[in-house]
Ligand binder design. Sequence first.
Ligand code: AHM
Ligand code: MG
Length: 337
Amino acid sequence: MTEHNKTLGEFIINKQAEFKYSSGELSRLINSIRLAGKIVNHEVNKAGLVDILGAAGGENIQGETQQKLDVYANEVFIKTLINREIVCGIASEEEDDFISIKGGNNKNDNKYVVLMDPLDGSSNIDVNVSVGTIFSIYRRVTPSGTPVTLEDFLQPGNQQVAAGYIVYGTSTMIVYSTGHGVNGFTLNPAIGTYYLSHPNMKFPASGNIYSVNEGNYIHFPQGVKDYIKYCQSEEEDRPYTSRYIGSLVSDFHRNMIKGGIYIYPNTSKNRDGKLRLLYECNPMAFLAERAGGKASNGFKRILEIKPTELHQRVPFFCGNKEMVEKAEEFMKKAEKE
Ligand code: AHM
Ligand code: MG
């Protein structure tokens, strides 16, 4: 069988032995995420039919109340994860607090915690632009048999055992890593099967795309302003191309394939930027590093930041290693001046 004929199901089974805690539970956990992704994909693809099927908050023709898609995605992922009895806790962008989950025998002996953004970039749905799900998986640090605590969720990103995203785009793809490389699978919607379409994804050696919301330029730190001017200057292989979808998963996905940097910096209005450390930046940073890229807050590695709050925000510079290092150089220089 060639790599490209391989389905995600087969790939998970083949790779299970590579994983250091290979009890099969992590494989089942990834399986439940791929299933929830299919359900959400089905719903996201119907979003344009809102006038026919009913808007969020209203009733559809069957008399069912329509939910906002991000709330729907949150419920689907939570239900699917709870059903498998592998996860002892879930934190979500859609939930103020974490959820504690008991195992099948009513004991607190499940091993994994999942942190997720069930539908990132959901404001893009109304205009038919790609959105995504982001997930991050850790082993709990508190003793098995006790309920999970905040400590299980506030682990630095370098403790992640797996992370990934689903992009609901022109095709639906799941891209994830359990620590050994990053692999991408494309959904064949006709038969509901994901195929390995992007084995061992790597950022190209150099990149020429920068992705940042330049509308906020006036509020950016001097280092980011200087880096943007550098990207736009006519020297060597520059000016670079500017591409910004405003959907982190899609911007990251494009930059990993084509070579680029994504920046959501701190601004004079938002001291810590906009993106969330635990379920947006850490999983993307984990994938970036596994794909030969880099992720930083402008000064230090994202994966080494010790979280203090579930929903904490962090400035985010992520993409080709060289490009992130260059941006860091400008940040450092501007700080000294
Ligand atoms: P969300 O979690 O509320 O959807 O916000 C996250 C999104 C990212 O996907 C995207 O990169 C960013 O917000 C865009 O923000 P902005 O519109 O400020 O550029
Ligand atoms: Mg989000």
